[in-house]
Write a protein that binds this ligand. Structure first.
Ligand code: ZN
Length: 123
């Protein structure tokens, strides 16, 4: 393989899941009431291949996401952590935590139900 492939930007995505409760006081419908979701968060990082041929090892990235995301939100009342924890606001808060942990995040997708997600894209 020619060395040019080392310059290509390559994206790696890992996902984690967590169970959490929230309520949205402003919501006119059922989300006003306390309820829970099985969230799935997909985090994408971008970089160049290292000497081992990876951007980041899947196992290392998964372990980091468990530390930063799962342990932060799992079996919590999200209103205790985030004011007005809509899926959008949870995703934004998580982006900050993931970036602060040193992961070069470029996209983050949060599934609140099997049918609906929000996505944040970086530059
Ligand atoms: Zn909800």
């Amino acid at each position: 393989m020619h060395d040019d492939h080392l310059k290509l930007r390559t994206r790696v995505t890992c996902s984690v899941t967590f169970e959490a409760a929230h309520h949205l006081p402003w919501h006119a419908g059922r989300c006003h009431r306390l309820h829970g979701h099985s969230y799935r968060m997909e985090v994408t990082v971008e970089g160049h291949l290292d000497a081992n041929g990876v951007v980041i090892d899947f196992d290392e990235m998964s372990a980091r996401l468990v530390e930063v995301v799962t342990e932060r939100y799992d079996h919590r009342l999200l209103n205790d952590i985030i004011d007005n924890p809509t899926a959008e606001r949870i995703a934004h808060e998580a982006w900050g935590a993931v970036a602060a942990a040193g992961l070069p995040v470029v996209a983050l997708r949060l599934w609140e139900t099997p049918d609906a997600f929000v996505e944040i894209l970086g530059d």
